[in-house]
Design a protein around this ligand. Structure first.
Ligand code: AMP
Length: 282
């Protein structure tokens, strides 16, 4: 695996891949890799000739009171996992390279970035779309892969790519869970034993929501309230949001929705904010 720590060198390598007619698959990450990340990389390996991965904990998507400085990092282990999965290049820029002094340009996707996670983290998606844009310009992938774990992010990035006429195919990989149902996340490493046990309730609550939606009869408001009750019964949890929207474009839905419905939630378990979601087709 080739390792690039400057933008110039990574751009040069991408140019080389392209001039050789090699198809570039790209998986952007913040590192501390787990099976969720690796599953995206395996899809990229199948679809492309070259797998480029980036590891960059992006400061512009964290608010000052959030976990940028404590975000888990383990580059040695990440590099070993990337070698095992068969990544051909790893791009690891520094903060100063990506946002040099005097940096001024931001990309944001109107409306989609002000709901769900955008309410309690108003800076989040502008940081994400800006850094993804920059990474796309550096890596110049043919295909880029994102996880359904971050359902809102996936919808926003797909919209950005269409609106800005980027010639990149966006592939969304399924949400990968631990055996007890907890969605895999680098942030799970923050959880104490008790919190880790309680955290399973997020998946159980989504399953309850799915069952209720499939049974029909019960309206959205009542279902969301049942989900909240189940989560709040655990001592370490505090709900940020639980919402139902169109899974396609996050549009508002009525009391008795039809089609592909996204149930999405963000819950603090102790001090750790976890997100999860499920799509139900009715
Ligand atoms: P992150 O390192 O958390 O920024 O995630 C990098 C990419 O991996 C994003 O596209 C995430 O949606 C995806 N991802 C993270 N966790 C999971 C998971 N449990 N299942 C599938 N994809 C995931």
């Amino acid at each position: 695996m080739l390792l690039f720590d400057t933008i110039f060198d990574m751009q040069g390598q991408s140019e080389k891949y392209r001039s050789q007619g090699r198809k570039i698959g790209f998986v952007p990450t913040m590192g501390f890799l787990h099976e969720g990340h690796l599953s995206l990389m395996r899809i990229a390996k199948e679809k492309c000739d070259e797998l480029v991965v980036s590891i960059f904990v992006n400061p512009s998507q964290f608010a000052p009171n959030e976990d940028f400085s404590s975000y888990p990092r383990n580059f040695q282990r990440d590099i070993q996992l990337l070698e095992e999965v068969g990544a051909t290049a790893l791009f690891m820029p520094t903060q100063e390279m990506m946002y040099p002094k005097g940096y001024k340009t931001w990309v944001h996707v109107e409306k989609l970035d002000t709901k769900l996670c955008g309410i309690s983290r108003p800076h989040l998606f502008q940081g994400v779309t800006t850094v993804v844009n920059k990474l796309f310009n550096i890596v110049r992938p043919h295909i880029a892969l994102f996880g359904q774990k971050d359902a809102q992010q996936a919808i926003i990035i797909k919209k950005m790519v269409v609106d800005l006429n980027m010639n990149i195919e966006i592939v969304i990989g399924q949400l990968i869970r631990e055996t007890d149902g907890l969605a895999m996340s680098s942030r799970n490493s923050y959880l104490s034993e008790e919190e880790r046990r309680d955290a399973v309730v997020l998946y159980q609550a989504l399953q309850l929501g799915k069952r209720r939606l499939m049974e029909a009869g019960m309206g959205k408001t009542k279902i969301l309230s049942e989900i909240r009750q189940l989560i709040e019964a655990k001592p370490t949890t505090r709900v940020d949001y639980i919402e139902m929207h169109s899974a396609k474009n996050l549009a508002e839905i009525g009391e008795h929705p039809q089609g592909d419905i996204l149930i999405a939630l963000a819950v603090f378990v102790g001090n750790t904010r976890l997100i999860d979601n499920i799509t139900v087709s009715i």
